[in-house]
Design a protein around this ligand. Structure first.
Ligand SMILES: *Cc1c(COP(=O)(O)O)cnc(C)c1O
Length: 389
């Protein structure tokens, strides 16, 4: 059996037609019909009013911060339990990322920690310019609570929906709930353009400004005229062709990802029923009113260090990966402030997640036989671990 990967690109077979068209028409540039069509397809799917395609999700976050006027000396709130790309653009702007703990239902930004951080900021007379909310591994965050806080403190919300394209919060696509949303189409995401991203908003002026800034901020003039610092952040027309083909199978991929998760859950439940000391497995809670794309299937296991499980899987030819290491524990962010959900607890929820969980193979090409093999390998390890506990 081949090594079973965590997540790999899964082409639909429709991509090459768009790419061949781009070659036939010589649209080999960060502009062209595939870029326009890809934006339209994402707008149609997500019901976002306006969209600007970028060459990465990170670039889209950076543009979102620029649109909100984040600059030197500002602060921006961001979850600690996320990928570094959620926070890095804050630092690009010379602003300061302040990290917020997770809650243990969805593993996303804790409204309790957020409220404390906002109260503290207000007292210091310096509210953040923006709150970045992440829907980690595809599971929507507690948006009602977070948006209510953002509204009462009058702070803009950026949704980092890099991992959650296709996920819903009360029937609404993640990415379209806050003031600005971003998606990623990196190689490991639910659909890919090899590398790419998108900024969406109901505010047309913002998406136009994002397009302008992403194309080097060229003013309208018969020569190169610049009044602002721009970026080379636009998506290539060739890459957008991949995205057009991928959009045709997005809903199928969401269904497949959810089926993979359901199989894990059912598989582990069987073992738990059979073996009395089978360690307790818990999952990201798909709380009422949410629908997760289950981009990556993840588990938490009581009493077992995930590194041991990861190594056992490695030896069986299975790729597992630890959950995100909290950003406030990363050397590069060591001097940044962090607001825990429980200020009196020695260990934050974000750290607790990191030290207890694992991402499981979630590639949509994985066969039922392969997934059964993964479930068995994990169960074998856990049964042994349970016996020695
Ligand atoms: C992948 C990812 C990003 C960055 O997207 P790129 O397209 O790789 O730049 C940002 N935030 C999160 C949560 C991600 O998973």
């Amino acid at each position: 059996m081949n090594r079973i990967p965590l997540a790999v690109p899964h082409m639909s077979g429709k991509e090459m037609a768009y790419i061949e068209q781009a070659f036939a028409e010589n649209w080999i540039a960060p502009v062209g019909p595939n870029v326009d069509l890809f934006e339209k397809k994402v707008r149609d799917y997500t019901k976002a009013a306006f969209a600007t395609a970028t060459n990465s999700g990170t670039a889209a976050i950076h543009l979102a911060l620029r649109l909100l006027g984040v600059t030197q000396g500002d602060t921006v709130f961001c979850p600690s339990f996320t990928f570094a790309a959620s926070a890095n653009p804050i630092q690009y702007q010379g602003a300061e990322a302040i990290f917020i703990d997770s809650e243990l239902d969805t593993w996303n930004m804790s409204p309790i920690a957020l409220e404390r951080a906002l109260e503290d900021a207000k007292q210091q007379g310096k509210l953040p310019k923006a709150i970045i909310v992440v829907h980690i591994y595809g599971q929507p965050a507690k948006m009602t609570e977070i948006l209510a806080l953002a509204k009462s403190f009058q702070v803009a919300v950026i949704e980092d929906a890099a991992e959650s394209l296709g996920s819903l919060y009360e029937g609404v696509q993640t990415g379209t709930i806050g003031d600005i949303g971003i998606y990623s189409f990196n190689g490991n995401k639910i659909i890919t353009t090899s590398g790419g991203g998108m900024l969406v908003s109901a505010n047309e002026a913002w998406t136009k400004e994002a397009k302008f800034l992403s194309e080097q901020a060229k003013e309208t003039a018969p020569y190169y005229q610049h009044e602002k610092i721009g970026y080379n952040y636009r998506l290539s027309n060739v890459s957008a062709g991949i995205g057009c083909g991928q959009m045709e199978v997005l809903q199928e991929r969401v269904n497949q990802k959810r089926e993979i998760f359901a199989q894990y859950e059912a598989g582990f439940a069987k073992y738990a029923d059979t073996f009395s000391n089978f360690p307790r497995i818990t999952y990201q809670n798909e709380i009422a009113g949410t629908f997760s794309n289950r981009w990556l299937s993840t588990i938490r296991v009581d009493g077992i260090h995930p590194l041991q499980l990861k190594e056992a899987l490695d030896a069986s030819g299975i790729e597992g990966r630890l959950l995100w290491k909290p950003l406030h524990l990363q050397p590069v962010f060591r001097n940044h402030r962090f607001f825990a959900e429980d200020a009196n607890s020695k260990i934050s929820n974000a750290q607790r997640l990191f030290e207890s969980g694992l991402c499981l193979p979630s590639a949509t090409q994985m066969t039922p036989t392969e997934q059964h093999y993964v479930i068995q390998a994990i169960a074998k390890f856990l049964i042994q671990a349970g016996e020695s506990m």
